[in-house]
Design a protein around this ligand. Structure first.
Ligand code: NAD
Length: 350
């Protein structure tokens, strides 16, 4: 027997049929390994879910998506008509889904609120240390037989002031790391974390954080409030030569403003794991193509800019946790249980 999106297996258990979008080899590997415990029917699609591809979801009760799938009201309407009742995000951020439309359509949305905050926090440190000790440049220099130290002068993190914007799970993990390095820590978050306060983090206003920090690291979600939080006005308030790191979401930074500040020298170093227009670039091998995004191409020309392609989360531990939580979220929905990782427009659990 089979109904829309539901398949009855010969062991008599009803499993949910889930279309997995934006599938890479590693998604498949970890989801299939984790699924031995859950036995969902997973069908893998390489393209992202968006207006062009939403027909692929036809007949699937669940869809599983990642950071660059675009679930606007049109896509949600289309998948709902095709029988979809559940969107399982295999990420923490949910800026790419219209939660109000999902609620109106009666589509349940679940996510993975925490898989490995340490993975992102440690990558943030990797970006900072590479930039300020110039290891990204030393790497190619030494391979070319050039052992000159000219231009490689760095500085210590010890004693510097780190400003953390957003002290949730990742911001707190990052605070622990930089505390270990002997940094003074300032933070801004509308909801200060007790754990950070206990670490000795000083919560302050955004303006004060901008003015006092040698290193500013973004760990807030992308919301209407945080879109272009780092704009020309914010950069004006920062210390000359500031290190700016974004592992959160691209649009928290106004890229045009940041490019101007790199040109003037106001920003000393920029580390990015995310980019405003990353949907057209990241997670694909474009090494044989001409990059059409002029802003991104300009960023690549600066010696003091280090960009990784949304890989901060990408550790073995994180992928295992993402797969397990996603599959467990789907099971909760399938069995009619309230899922602790469900999100709605007005309620974020987990
Ligand atoms: P979290 O929900 O635990 O923490 C987010 C924190 O930001 C909360 O404490 C919240 O109060 C705070 N916040 C909300 N609005 C704010 C504002 N206007 N200004 C300052 N702080 C604000 O989330 P998390 O797990 O720590 O993740 C943070 C973000 O990191 C995610 O939203 C996601 O966008 C990004 N992320 C990136 C990667 C990656 O691979 N690069 C991986 C996971 C998450």
């Amino acid at each position: 027997m089979s109904t829309v999106g539901i398949t009855l297996y010969n062991n008599g258990v009803i499993h949910m049929k889930v279309a997995v979008f934006s599938t890479k080899s590693y998604d498949r590997e970890f989801l299939e390994a984790g699924n031995r415990l859950y036995n969902h029917e997973l069908v893998f699609f390489e393209p992202p879910l968006n207006r062009e591809t939403c027909l692929l979801a036809l007949g699937f009760e669940g869809v599983c998506v990642f950071v660059n799938d675009i679930l606007d009201s049109e896509v949600l309407k289309a998948i709902k008509e095709g029988g979809t009742k559940l969107v399982a995000l295999r990420c923490a951020g949910f800026n790419n889904i219209d939660l109000v439309s999902a609620a109106k359509l009666g589509i349940t949305v679940v996510r993975v609120p925490s898989y490995s905050p340490q993975a992102v926090a440690e990558h943030t440190l990797a970006l900072i240390l590479s930039l300020i000790r110039k290891t990204h440049r030393a790497y190619s220099r030494v391979r070319d037989g050039n052992f000159s130290l000219e231009g490689l002068l760095g500085y210590n993190m010890n004693g510097k002031t780190a400003g953390i914007i957003g002290t949730g799970k990742i911001g707190t993990a990052f605070a622990r790391i930089v505390q270990g390095l002997g940094c003074k820590i300032l933070a801004y978050d509308p909801y200060p974390a007790k754990e950070c306060e206990a670490l000795g983090v000083n919560y302050t206003s955004l303006d004060n954080l901008f003015g006092e920090s040698d290193i500013i690291s973004l760990h807030c979600p992308l919301t209407p409030d945080t879109r272009h939080l780092i704009d020309t006005n914010a950069i004006k308030k920062m210390k000359p030569g500031v290190v700016l790191i974004n592992t959160s979401r691209g649009a928290v930074i106004d890229t045009k403003a940041v490019i101007q500040a790199l040109k003037s020298g106001k920003i000393g170093y920029l580390g990015l794991d995310v980019y405003e227009e990353e949907e057209d670039l990241f997670f694909e091998d474009l090494s044989n193509e001409v990059i059409q995004d002029d802003m991104f191409a300009r960023l690549l020309t600066f010696p003091n800019v280090l960009i990784t392609g949304h890989q901060a989360f990408f550790t073995h531990e994180a992928l295992e946790a993402i797969a397990d939580t996603t599959l467990s979220n789907i099971k909760d929905f399938e069995e009619g249980r309230e899922c602790v990782n469900q999100i709605t427009a007005d309620r974020i659990i987990g």
